[in-house]
Design a protein around this ligand. Structure first.
Ligand SMILES: [Zn+2]
Length: 475
């Protein structure tokens, strides 16, 4: 659905898609099933994950059910913004190779978006409707497995979307959310607010008796039911919070930015130098030495007042890539461990954030009871110390430790109480972002008018070769 450039009228237009049921059927037919799942891992996966979904149709059919994730995000190309949808098999043998595990469905320019009076994005809803129907074909009809010798069908594999992930804006646009970061009610899971009318309902109220804590999944977050809610087996719990956007590109950058600003402002603090510039230069050399010593690939060239948004009326934020946040945080923990920074609460927040991430990143797909306990206790220690730092800064009229709505997403990641103990790093979108950059790189190489079709064409043309080169383990 789009607006005609000449007449200005809304019209239905056909649009190129590479629908999941077509791609999956072609892959199975051409002997590429091994890139869609690792059969030896399916039992463990379903045995654990289905604890979160006691009524899911996969129950009883675990051996022939393949899990998928749908991802969406907007990227920039050809002077505009494009929404890309792709899907990935959760048990792909090459999950960390984005070229072989992320399958493009469509790319749609935001210039085509049409909204109705409720703010529903009709263009994305019609696209999501086509994607829903395709996924439902995969879960209802499935794909037959044929014995190559006899040509007879020996089994039927079915495919199920178990997670929907992307940045917050993708969830907002695709699921018609009426509770979102830019509104007073911000969260699709609970009924917390920004606290403008009643501070008790504010997302910064982390007391145990906070009223919003009793409202998880009690009210639909949309007024118009989104197309994807009718994908077979869908429940609200499948909308995933992306750790990369919530922490590494969110609260983590606020934490590191504030910490560096505080340390670099101290004349007799942990970093030498007669002025702020000199101390930041000194800190940069220590950061680079730390990264090199630990073989961590740092993109950030230097710590400077500009990439720390060091302006009087702005909260500090370290402008850097997600992976740089991970490195800078680790380095800051070492800095405050080697020397007394004179701020125990900040040292505690840094340590807790790093420890929380470290345990999650080293754990398997499902956490052990001890790892789950660590996630809960150390995660909450971080949330509460960061919140106390923010409250202290506010009382002293200092712009430090920004509390943005992403802080609340982190709350849910820490406190989500899944019977499966699913590790939230599964739905971190590092590799999906990588794939999206590839889609946008392709789009830039073709003409704007044909970009949607040619991006799909080029993806599929190079696909077979990439799979062959992937050197995936054989089943
Ligand atoms: Zn919430």
């Amino acid at each position: 659905m789009c607006t005609d450039e000449n007449s200005g009228r809304v019209e239905i237009q056909s649009w190129p898609f590479l629908l999941p049921h077509d791609l999956v059927a072609a892959m199975v037919k051409h002997g590429q099933l091994k890139y869609l799942t690792q059969f030896e891992k399916m039992h463990h996966y379903w045995e654990n994950l289905l604890r979160d979904y006691p009524n899911h149709p996969v129950h009883g059919h675990e051996a022939t059910s393949v899990p998928l994730t749908l991802y969406g995000d907007e990227g920039q190309a050809l002077g505009g913004t494009w929404m890309n949808y792709h899907f990935r098999p959760d048990l792909s043998p090459c999950i960390s190779n984005s070229a072989c595990s992320r399958f493009l469905i469509c790319t749609i320019p935001s210039s085509m978006y049409v909204f109705d009076e409720n703010g529903v994005n009709l263009t994305l809803q019609s696209a999501a409707g086509a994607i829903r129907d395709s996924f439902n074909k995969l879960s209802r009809d499935g794909v037959p497995l044929v014995d190559p010798e006899t040509g007879e069908s020996v089994s039927v594999l079915k495919f199920w979307v178990m997670h929907y992930t992307g940045d917050w804006k993708f969830l907002y646009q695709t699921f018609n959310l009426v509770r979102y970061a830019t509104f007073e009610e911000i969260c699709w899971i609970c009924l917390c607010t920004k606290g403008s009318t009643d501070v008790l309902w504010s997302f910064t109220n982390l007391n145990d008796d906070s009223p919003w804590m009793n409202t998880f999944f009690t009210q639909d977050p949309w007024s118009v039911r989104p197309a994807l809610a009718d994908v077979d087996g869908f429940t609200m719990r499948m909308l995933s919070i992306d750790l990369l956007h919530a922490f590494h590109l969110g609260v983590g950058r606020d934490l590191c930015g504030s910490a560096i600003r505080i340390f670099a402002s101290q004349r007799w603090g942990i970093w030498s130098g007669s002025n702020i510039e000199a101390r930041l230069e000194f800190a940069t050399s220590r950061l680079k030495a730390f990264a090199s010593r630990n073989r961590l690939s740092l993109t950030l060239k230097k710590l400077s007042q500009s990439n720390l948004t060091w302006e009087t009326l702005k909260y500090p934020e370290l402008k850097c890539k997600g992976y740089d946040t991970y490195i800078v945080l680790k380095w800051l923990v070492e800095e405050v461990t080697l020397q007394d920074c004179g701020n125990d609460l900040l040292a505690c927040a840094l340590w807790a954030a790093d420890s929380w991430l470290r345990v999650l990143s080293k754990s398997g797909l499902f956490l052990t009871p001890n790892e789950e306990l660590h996630k809960l206790q150390v995660g909450n220690l971080f949330l509460k110390s960061y919140l106390n730092l923010a409250v202290g800064a506010l009382e002293n009229r200092k712009m430090l430790y920004r509390l943005r709505p992403k802080f609340h997403l982190l709350f849910h990641l820490v406190n989500e109480n899944r019977p499966s103990r699913l590790n939230c790093t599964l739905n971190s979108t590092w590799m999906d972002e990588d794939a999206m950059k590839k889609w946008m790189r392709i789009a830039r190489m073709v003409h704007k008018r044909t970009a949607a079709e040619n991006t799909l064409r080029r993806f599929i043309l190079g696909f077979h070769t990439k799979l062959r080169l992937a050197n995936a383990p054989q089943r």
